[in-house]
Write a protein that binds this ligand. Sequence first.
Ligand code: COA
Length: 260
Amino acid sequence: MNYENILIEKDNGISVITINRPTKLNALNKATIEELHHAFKAEDADKTTKVIIVTGSGEKAFVAGADISEFASFSVEQGAELAAKGQELLFDFVQNLSTPVIAAVNGFALGGGLELAMAAHFRVASDNAKMGLPETSLGVIPGYGGTQRLAQLIGRGRAMEMIMTAGMVTAEDAYRAGLVNHVVAQPDLLEFTKGIATRIMNNSSVAIAHAIKVINDNYVDGVNGYQSEIKAFGDCFGTADFKEGTTAFLEKRKAVFPGE
Ligand code: COA
């Protein structure tokens, strides 16, 4: 697929997907969501990609939201379809990838932008980042999973206030609330995030994929996360990564995981 709205840069097991519509503050239009779906799927399937970082181009915005110009005249049915398709193609898709996804939030992360960052497995922000779900100021609510994931990440009361006020929080406030894991100076954002990615890559990708699934299972209706954990824990014992990890420990050497 030829990408018009995103860039992909691969380096030593880390793939950086950059949303690249800087004149629209990287707003997510339909084409960008489709390209992102394709890119995340391809990177997840590529066994040489160990960690994916998603970020926005420029220094001003990660993503300033869903593209308002595309849905301003939508009907009730089209609105519901927009949310359903977006959740399926991008937001749920990213959350459930086996490959770790880190959002490097380099500026405004608003509406669908914050929802994308929240769908990632965790977030690092630059010190100029501003985050919010301003949808109620447009007469709508977050539709890409924001009402659910924000409450999961920062608690129901804080999520209620952010969504009701449609306000933005600073990177520091986001850090204090647990919305982002780290805040770093803007010029250092990508290198810092790649540093975390490198630490992740030292570990078993098979075990990490199990961990992502089991952690997510806590939020799936009708699924008992403790039972999922028991099953996945057992499954790890049948992997080449487990053999290598335990053997390397006993031989007092660094493990070299085959990823199987
Ligand atoms: N959808 C479509 N276009 C958007 C957009 C969005 N979510 N966010 C920004 N843009 C566009 C602007 O329309 C403008 O385009 P133009 O130059 O063709 O007019 C361009 O990006 C630059 O944005 P601008 O508003 O001029 O920048 P600013 O620095 O004055 O303000 C923001 C920055 C982020 C505060 C402001 O753009 C904004 O409030 N965006 C919408 C945020 C939002 O409500 N997101 C949730 C959508 S559900």
